[in-house]
Design a protein around this ligand. Structure first.
Ligand code: SAM
Length: 283
């Protein structure tokens, strides 16, 4: 949703922007390309993503500053760089195609790999710890609350019985065997289990909550916040946080209805089909 992101950010050539989810650098490159005297700060918690994006953004020189940080620390990053306020912040949540495609990182059930799923490989908690050590009850609760998995109890029981779970392939087949009726579903039977594990390993909901509460204070008046989310729980959190800030008088919501990708985009990029964009402006 590159065009939509640029449109809603309403980029000024002399503005200061933060892309808190640099990933492969696609959005950052497009933003930097619209700046003259402006500046872009790009964050990611994944050191590998930063390395690749650094190469891609090299030609923008001092216009772009790359920082390894979780986005919950946006206020600290801005403060350390000596920037008083910014004109726009973009968050494109979740994992990148790059992370999904690097089988060894364990985000995908399509190939057998270590049960890792950490975006920042220096973090302690891994998917292996959850799958092989958490209690059946804790796993069931995680699957139900984070991914709305209705077979959570059956899956948790099957996981605990199959221990030790060796890798992502073993996990995917264990989950598939525990599901009741999944034959007619579009999604792989382990999709929700993998999503819940990834969310827990990376404390994604805590990160998002802190980001949404702290960002309005970092924006100049008229500065915009654009958030792209990919599943309904995440989108609900964004929607409610924006509404709460609107009640408090710090943000005005600009997208009364969520913005979704065009049919053309979903046809060429199937991964974009669940994307939801919301935008709010600092009052
Ligand atoms: C969907 S991708 C972003 C893709 C990017 N917009 C592009 O154009 O290539 C999400 C990225 O956000 C990073 N990320 C996710 N949660 C994060 C967090 N809490 N703090 C910092 N980075 C995070 C991931 O490591 C991943 O690289």
């Amino acid at each position: 949703m590159l065009e939509e992101v640029l449109e809603w950010l309403a980029i000024r050539a002399d503005g200061i922007y933060i892309d808190v989810t640099l990933g492969a650098g696609g959005h950052s490159a497009a933003i930097a390309g619209r700046l003259t005297s402006g500046r872009l700060i790009s964050l990611d918690r994944d050191a590998q993503a930063l390395e690749l994006a650094r190469e891609r953004l090299k030609s923008f020189g001092a216009t772009v500053t790359i920082v390894q940080s979780p986005f919950s620390k946006i206020a600290e990053v801005v403060h350390e760089l000596g920037i008083p306020k910014v004109d726009g912040v973009l968050a494109d949540l979740g994992v990148s195609s790059m992370q999904l495609d690097q089988g060894a990182r364990g985000f995908s059930f399509r190939e057998a790999a270590a049960l890792d799923m950490r975006m920042n490989t220096a973090d302690e908690l891994t998917a292996d710890e959850i799958v092989n050590r958490w209690s059946e009850r804790e796993i069931a609760d995680l699957l139900y609350t984070e991914a709305d998995e209705h077979d959570s109890r059956r899956i948790a029981k099957a996981i605990v019985r199959a221990r030790p779970i060796r890798d992502t392939g073993h996990l995917a087949t264990t989950v598939a065997g525990a599901r009741k009726h999944w034959g007619r579903q579009r999604l792989h039977p382990a999709t929700k289990t993998f999503l819940a594990l990834r969310i827990a390993v990376n404390r994604e909901m805590e990160e998002l909550g802190q980001f949404l509460t702290r960002t309005p204070a970092a924006l100049n008046s008229g500065g915009r916040m654009v958030v792209l989310s990919y599943h309904s729980r995440e989108d609900r959190i964004v929607k409610h946080a924006f509404q709460e800030s609107e009640r408090e008088g710090t943000l005005q919501v600009l997208t009364r209805h969520v913005i979704q990708p065009s049919e053309e985009e979903t046809a060429t990029n199937p991964r974009s089909r669940s994307a939801k964009l919301r935008c709010a402006e600092r009052v």
